[in-house]
Design a protein around this ligand. Structure first.
Ligand code: C5P
Length: 232
């Protein structure tokens, strides 16, 4: 039996009205919502509160990366906003993650603290150019281990890396995977993708899915079709 709400719908819209037009067609018992930098910068925390007042759990995808004190304060602000999940870049280092963990541990119901391993948009060459030579997949595993030891609840990774991270970090470490496409769906700008079912089989807990749902003529039907593919 697949637990409910494995899908996080990415609200990648430029305006509140566009986002709300989709949200009105979704069911908070069936999915969660991701608010990223574009929508948050335009609409702010008030819009997150609107989503929460409609019963949705929100993943605040702002990928914090700064000195420990600043990131800890940002995570505390996210906790005050009442979001379900918040994230930071693991490359900000162990002390930054530990500072965030300490601040969240002081909150009665803290959001899940998730770390970005590597942006999937970075190639081997891109990484070499910023002084990080070597295999991206090895770097992902090393960053996941560092993040887990520093107190993260889980990581964002490609579904193609999920099995290796799951094997190394055990069953209780949360794996959040974008780059998910139902069979036959348009890839858009995603290159290295897996189907929702394969991503879960590889060990993913949460599937971040944008355009296959947000760009569908009937988003709720698209969501149901993906859920059905998970049960099949
Ligand atoms: O539309 P699509 O399903 O490609 O949306 C995927 C979402 O996941 C977007 O919000 C994108 O910013 C996010 N994401 C990603 N790859 C990462 C991290 C986040 O696609 N490595």
């Amino acid at each position: 039996m697949i637990p409910a709400k494995r899908i996080i719908v990415a609200l990648d819209f430029a305006t509140e009205s566009q986002a709300l037009a989709l949200v009105e067609r979704l069911d908070p018992t069936r999915c969660r919502l991701k608010v990223g930098k574009e929508l948050f910068t335009r609409c702010g925390p008030a819009f997150v509160e609107v989503l929460q007042s409609r019963g949705f759990e929100v993943f605040l995808d702002l990928k914090f990366h700064d000195i420990p004190n600043t990131v800890a304060g940002a995570c505390a602000a996210a906790a005050d906003l009442g979001v379900w999940m918040v994230n930071l870049h693991i490359s900000g280092g162990a002390r930054m993650i530990e500072a965030a963990r300490t601040r969240l541990d002081a909150v009665s119901t803290p959001p899940l603290l998730i770390g970005v391993t590597l942006l999937t948009s970075l190639s081997r060459e891109d990484l070499g150019a910023v002084g990080c030579p070597g295999e991206p997949s090895e770097r992902v595993l090393a960053l996941a281990a560092l993040g887990h030891a520093a107190g993260l609840d889980g990581v964002v990774c490609s579904p193609l890396e999920a099995a290796a991270v799951r094997a190394a970090q055990g069953p209780d470490f949360r794996l959040v995977t974008p780059g998910v496409r139902p069979a036959g769906a348009a890839l858009g700008d995603q290159v290295r993708v897996m189907t929702p079912r394969d991503a879960l089989a590889a060990g993913a807990d949460d599937l971040v899915i944008g355009r296959p749902i947000t760009a569908a003529s009937d988003p709720l039907a698209a969501l149901r079709a993906i859920e059905d593919s998970l049960m099949a």
